[in-house]
Write a protein that binds this ligand. Sequence first.
Ligand SMILES: [Ca+2]
Ligand SMILES: [Ca+2]
Length: 449
Amino acid sequence: MNMFCKTFVVLGISVATAGAAITTTKIVDKDTVKWGGTGTFGTAVVFSSLIVDGGDLTFGAANLTGLGSVYKRTNGTGYLVANNSTLIPDGTGSFTAFDRKLGLSDGDVVFSGEGSSGQFGVYSDSSGLNKIMNGSTLVPGETFYFTDADLPSIHYGDIAFRGVSSGGNGVYLYDGSTISVIADYDTTIPPANTAYFDTIVGLAYSNGYTAFIGADSSGNYGIYLDNGSSLICIADYDTAIPGGTGNFTWFKKVQVDSNGNVVFGGDGSSRQRGIYKYSRNTSTLSLIADRDTTLPGISSVYSSVGYPSYDGSNVAFFGIIDRGPPYVPLKHSLLVDYDGHLINICKGDEKVDGIDILQFGDFALSGNKITLSFSGQVNNDWVGFSIYEFEFCPGDINGDGFINLSDLAILLANLDNPGSREDGDINGDGMVDSIDQAILLDYYNESCP
Ligand SMILES: [Ca+2]
Ligand SMILES: [Ca+2]
C-alpha cells in the first residue's frame, strides 16, 4: 500500500482546492423564529434532549423552570410539538412541564408531560396530539392506576415507557392499543431470579427489543434486554468490565437498535468509565472506548469518555477532560467511532460558523451526521445556544463528495506534518499521518454516504 501511495507523490498530482472535510449546517440559533410560534428562540433557552431518526430531529427547549417546549423537524420542516400553551389531550388545561427524555420514530414524537393538579402522561403527536396513558390508566393486570410515567421511547407505533404506581416501577409497552408489562415489581431479576425489580432509571426501545437499566431494592443495577418473550441480563455488578479492571459499579444511557444490539455507558472502581456494546448474535460484550482509549485531539492524561449516542451502526460520544482532583469533567470534543475509526468531529476550542464554543449541550448520531447543541460567543458576545448538524465523510478531504486521488494527493503532500482537516488530518488529532492515510484508503474510490 505504501508503494502505491509513493507512486502518486512522484507523479506530482496537483492538490485540489481545499474544501470542507466536515460541513456544518445551522439548524436553529437565537435568531431563528420559533418553529410553529412567534418571536425568536433568543438566548435564554438551552436546547437539549436531542434525538435523530434518519433526517428527522426532535429536541426540547429548556428555560429556568425546565423543559418548556418540544420541537421536531421532519422532511426539512420545523414544527412545535407542544409547549406551555398546548392543551393536554384527555386532560385539564395546558402542559406545565416536559420530561427531558423524548422519543422519535417515523416522524412521530413521544414525550411525557405534566399539568396542574398532578396531571402526568405519555403523549404522541402521530395524527394530532394524543394520549398514550395518564393517571386514569390502570396498571396492566392491577386494580390501581399509574401515578407517574417518563422515559418514553418509540419505534413506529410501539411506545415503551417507565410507569410508576403504588406497586413500584415498571417498564411497559404500548402496542397501539394495549399496554403490557415488559418488567415490573413482580418480575424477578435475571440471571439469579432471587430479587425483584424495584427501580428503573434508563430505557430504550426498538423493533420489539426493550433495553433498560434496572435495580433491585438494594440498589444493584444492571442492563437488561427483553426480546418480547424473554428477559436477559446483559451486564450487572457481577459482570467483569471488558478491557477494564473488576466489575461494573454503575450504568448510564442505554441504547438499543432494531436487531437487539445494546450500547451503554458503564463505570467501574478507580474512576473507570467506558462505552460498551452487547452484540446479540454472539451474546458478547465489547469495549467501544474507555479512559485508556487514545482519543484523537485529546492529549490530557485525564481524558475520559462521556455517554453514547448509537445509531445502530456507529457510536458518538463526548471526549472529556477530568481537570484533576476533584475531577470536574469538562466536555472537550465530540467524537465518533465510525466503522472502527475514531474521529474527532468537533473540538471545544474550535470555532463553528464563527462561534467560539463555551459549552457543549446534547448530541445525537445518525449515519454520517451528528446533530449537536452548544452555547458560545462571537467576538466575546454571548450568543446563547445553537444546534448544528455536522456532516462528515472520512477521507473526503477536499469536500467534493468522493474519496479518490485528489484527496490522497492532499494527504500525501502533508504527510507526517501537523495539519488541519483540509490538509488531510482526517481523525482530527492535528497530525497528517499514517492513521489518516489508513482511514482514507479504507474508503478509497468510494463516494460519500
Ligand atoms: Ca474528495
Ligand atoms: Ca490525524
